[in-house]
Design a protein around this ligand. Structure first.
Ligand code: ADP
Ligand code: CDP
Length: 241
């Protein structure tokens, strides 16, 4: 498949036109950023790890009834996806308190959130991704009330599926962020589901296996990411014989 023109270069991925008008080619780059782009580095092979994990989860979610933009992999860090009209919302689900809610609100790090909490941030780096409530989302015209209900329900479904998946792998699915977009008359899950967009803790030691390793210099981020990929590969060998 031919790469078309570069449409967008984000902090970690590049989007290219494809041969088809309703498809895009997404390249997962090795770049890593944190704190809204203030901390920046590059780690060889990181893009491929995140692409592989995202592709695996898109496939896993599709098999469990969640509609996603994923079509296929082109190589180890490149995927073909359906072209979405992205909804500028970062939909975050939290099972355990960590990160910004511990900084901003009187939650204790590690406090279990049951039922899980959904937080919706407006996706705008320049404005620092401010938090929105339902009324603001509707007033801004980002989605209809019915669409918001659907987006939250799908996010909770993804959360349950992945919480149970990681639990089997000995990891706590602390929190994660997803993005949705419009495709024809449906809303699909877009973007990525990777170690860059979630928090994962070892059940016993509480060690991080996600971007926090990079954010807070907790060790070697590539070793942490490789561990998650290895555990998923082991799961595949057991379950997809
Ligand atoms: P950022 O824009 O936050 O720096 P990335 O580097 O990950 O993030 O860039 C990927 C961009 O592609 C994001 O803005 C995301 O909203 C957008 N995107 C993800 N999936 C699709 C899709 N299927 N169609 C169109 N845009 C998409
Ligand atoms: O990452 P930070 O602590 O600043 O923000 P958070 O609101 O605590 O993040 C919650 C979850 O969403 C974490 O798993 C982040 O990695 C993820 N997230 C993301 O992928 N992209 C963002 N722009 C913000 C959060």
């Amino acid at each position: 498949m031919e790469f078309g023109e570069l449409l967008y270069e984000g902090k970690a991925k590049s989007l290219y036109k494809s041969e088809k008008d309703d498809e895009l080619i997404t390249c997962f780059r090795d770049d890593m950023t944190a704190f809204n782009g203030v901390k920046k580095d590059s780690f060889q092979g990181k893009g491929a790890y995140n692409a592989a994990v995202s592709a695996f989860f898109f496939d896993y979610l599709e098999k469990n009834g969640v509609k996603t933009h994923f079509i296929k992999m082109l190589d180890d860090h490149t995927m073909v996806v359906k072209k979405l009209q992205m909804i500028p919302l970062e939909v975050i689900a939290r099972n355990v308190a960590a990160g910004s809610i511990v900084k901003k609100l009187p939650f204790k790090e590690g406090q279990v959130l049951n039922p899980p909490v959904i937080v919706t941030d407006y996706k705008d780096d320049e404005k620092g991704d401010p938090s929105l409530n339902d009324d603001l989302i509707i007033a801004l015209g980002l989605v209809t009330p019915e669409e918001l209900k659907e987006i939250k329900a799908v996010t909770l479904k993804i959360n349950k599926l992945l919480y149970e998946f990681f639990d089997e792998l000995g990891l706590i699915f602390v929190d994660f962020k997803v993005e949705f977009g419009r495709y024809k008359d449906t809303i699909l899950l877009g973007d990525e589901i990777s170690m860059d967009s979630m928090r994962l803790w070892d059940k016993k030691t509480r060690e991080s296996f996600d971007k926090d390793v990079y954010r807070f210099n907790k060790g070697d981020v590539m070793t942490a990411y490789a561990k998650v990929v290895e555990k998923i590969d082991e799961w595949k060998r057991e379950h997809l014989k």
